[in-house]
Design a protein around this ligand. Sequence first.
Ligand code: AMP
Length: 119
Amino acid sequence: MESNLGSTCIFCKIIKGEVPCQQVASDEHFLAFNDIYPQAPVHILIIPKRHISSIVECNQEDQSMLGSLLLTAKMLASSHGLDRSGYRLNINAGKDGGQSVSHLHLHLLGGRAFNWPPG
Ligand code: AMP
């Protein structure tokens, strides 16, 4: 689901170049950039260029986009040398999920070991 909140969304501003980021990759549909508060040696956010507030808002029409989002993360993990050591892909949703930015994003975390269950 798209929203006119995109005009005030920090990640939409990054996509438009109005807010700087450390870009990692970009294509027609996605932008990947380093998290400003990295929680691991590799901490990349991958976001759709179309504003979607959360995975909660996704539906059947977003199936292809969500698949591409995962494959983009997998390719970035590989290009960052994480295939052997492993990595974590994380989508936070809503209050209990710890989502702080209302624009769908996938965290790619790697370069250290992570605990389970998460805190
Ligand atoms: P979440 O808590 O899952 O919503 O994740 C939002 C992430 O966005 C956090 O890890 C923040 O550190 C990161 N973040 C917020 N603002 C920026 C920014 N301007 N540039 C890069 N990362 C950001």
